[in-house]
Design a protein around this ligand. Structure first.
Ligand SMILES: [Fe+2]
Ligand SMILES: [Fe+2]
Length: 197
């Protein structure tokens, strides 16, 4: 498997960890508990920077245009649909940022809006990632020349540099931290709750 595909798949793995965390946070809120507002702020920051500015940028600015030029109309339609899903995610995150700001002072007012937005993001990402991992990336592997694949690796490095490697590593830590809230389902000890409701 090409290095550029491994890198995108690694990003997907981190995003999936955070999606599992979002699902668990939505479940906690739905069961009447409060989460620390910093958790929502961290989620918004992750989705804006790691998922959108970094990962979606690698796909939309670099991989998709290259692939669109070398494949048929049906693949181009699929690429447009994937971009449409990126825009949907971005809109949901913008709304989540607004309600997360309200949640800091008035959690009860926006509890169900937060749950709804988290659930919409949880529904969007896994199917999107599945299509890229199992349909799009094999097509890219087949259709892009070794030089084009090498070019993508270099472009991805420059995207990572723009975002900042430390910031990138910090987000991977957040993904790990959120695993703890997923574990909560098994252990019953909630690591992110600010207080039991
Ligand atoms: Fe994508
Ligand atoms: Fe992706």
């Amino acid at each position: 498997m090409s290095d550029f595909i491994q890198e995108l798949k690694h990003d997907h793995h981190v995003i999936q960890q955070v999606v599992a965390g979002m699902s668990a946070v939505a479940e906690l809120l739905d069961s009447g508990k409060q989460v620390d507002p910093s958790v929502l702020a961290d989620l918004v920051q992750f989705l804006r920077v790691f998922a959108d500015q970094c990962h979606h940028e690698k796909e939309e600015q670099h991989l998709f245009p290259l692939l669109a030029a070398k494949t048929n109309a049906s693949t181009r339609r699929e690429l447009e649909y994937l971009e449409h899903e990126h825009r949907s995610a971005k809109q949901l995150v913008a709304q989540l940022a607004k309600v997360a700001a309200v949640y800091v002072h008035n959690p009860e007012v926006v509890r169900y809006r937060v749950i709804d937005l988290l659930q919409q993001l949880v529904e969007l990402y896994p199917a999107h990632i599945w299509k890229e991992d199992f349909l799009l990336f094999p097509l890219a592997q087949q259709n892009l020349s070794p030089a084009e694949q090498q070019g993508l690796e270099e472009k991805f490095e420059s995207v990572e540099r723009e975002v900042g490697e430390d910031i990138h590593a910090g987000f991977e830590m957040l993904a790990k931290k959120l695993e703890a809230v997923v574990e909560y389902r098994n252990t019953g000890a909630c690591p992110l709750c600010s207080s039991a409701a």
